[in-house]
Design a protein around this ligand. Structure first.
Ligand SMILES: [Zn+2]
Ligand SMILES: [Zn+2]
Ligand SMILES: [Zn+2]
Length: 363
């Protein structure tokens, strides 16, 4: 379950907040010092350098403006105080007043299945700053004794669930705006997908950060017996499949449709020959949503739990598997990043894989 790091925890303070707090204390005496300007420059520099490790700030940061793409403008830069998000089909929309409190990447098996992605990125906010429209389209599935996971019943995007422990947890992949937050840590790294490596320098925790005493669920195990290919399943277990046959390629896609469909930083999709995909149960428990103005883009998901599911693309003669639903290691790794031109402004690619603005040259 994705729960961003606790706010104001006594035994753990995220490094960027700590840095800003120390800088604020240090520079308090300088009357003309603009702390907002400092925060922005600190964040910009860390983004530019592709890391989030903390360095000491200059006492007098330079106030030069840098040109930035309009899509990457933060809330503060736009002079706005609200970030908007929507599901893939637009039936469910939500807004957040003010910046999110914290952001983290969760690698737990449940988040990976619910999103179909390598990991899920969530932010947190107090419920009174959160507004959702289209609630009649939201389907709820009880994933544990005290938590429901929610998704759009039309398109399968993950949507924010009820408040938990005084906070709304919001998947970051659906934001239309830059929510003015950056990831602070990786959590549940002990449950990480074997086919995904973490390359950035953010703090990593096996489960919740130290001092975070919520009970944790054990990893969701595979449901089919082993043998005969890589197994996969949705979160609720109604749909299971086996992948046995020729695997063709594997890519991380950063396009805005994938980010909204998977409600994640990017999709990790494995492409195989159609015969390689065999559903072992639940072939009739799936909903297919095709984006009306797209040639191919289709999102298939479990009608009960909303997990993204593999699909056959008969037009292109391929099977497409959202790797987050895999229970076993398929033996293939993401080979490149595509549609990097549409990448989420809050996500930094830290690996050395080739990056393409749109499709790879061979496609
Ligand atoms: Zn999680
Ligand atoms: Zn929708
Ligand atoms: Zn399901």
């Amino acid at each position: 379950m994705a729960r961003p790091l606790p706010q104001g925890h006594e035994r753990w303070e995220d490094p960027i907040v700590a840095e800003v707090r120390r800088a604020r204390e240090e520079l308090f005496a300088a009357a003309d010092y603009d702390i907002d300007e400092f925060c922005r420059q600190l964040r910009d520099r860390q983004q530019k350098e592709g890391r989030h490790a903390v360095t000491r700030p200059p006492r007098r940061p330079q106030r030069q403006e840098t040109a930035r793409a309009p899509a990457a403008l933060s809330l503060r830069e736009k002079g706005e105080n609200m970030s908007r998000a929507r599901c893939l089909c637009g039936a469910v929309t939500w807004e957040l007043d003010g910046p999110p409190e914290l952001m983290s990447h969760c690698h737990c098996t449940r988040c990976r299945k619910a999103h179909g992605a390598a990991f899920a990125t969530y932010v947190a906010a107090p419920p009174d700053r959160f507004h959702l429209r289209g609630a009649e389209h939201v389907v709820r599935w009880q994933s544990s004794a005290d938590y429901f996971r929610c998704f759009c019943g039309r398109c399968g995007s993950v949507v924010p669930s009820d408040p938990f422990d005084g906070r709304i947890f919001i998947p970051a992949g659906n934001f239309d705006d830059d929510p003015d937050a950056r990831p602070l840590a990786h959590i549940f790294v002990a449950s990480k997908a074997p086919w995904f490596d973490i390359h950035d320098s953010l703090p990593r925790f096996d489960a919740y950060p130290p001092g975070y005493d919520w009970p944790t669920l054990s990893d969701r195990a595979a449901l089919d017996p082993p043998g005969g290919g890589a197994r996969g399943s949705c979160l609720c277990g109604r749909v299971t499949y086996v992948l046995e046959g020729k695997l063709l390629r594997c890519a991380n896609c950063h396009c805005s449709r994938c980010r909204k469909a998977y409600s994640a930083a990017h999709a990790s999709n494995l492409v195989a020959v159609p015969e390689a995909l065999r559903f072992t149960r639940g072939a009739d428990s799936q909903i297919t949503y095709k984006v009306p103005d797209a040639k191919y883009f289709t999102h298939v998901f479990c009608r009960t739990c909303g997990s993204s599911l593999p699909r056959l693309d008969s037009g292109r003669g391929i099977a497409i598997v959202p790797m987050g639903t895999l229970d076993d290691d398929p033996g293939m790794r993401p080979q490149y990043h595509i549609f990097v031109g549409s990448k989420a402004p809050w996500y930094t690619i830290a690996d050395n894989l080739p990056q393409y603005a749109e499709y790879p040259p061979s496609a």
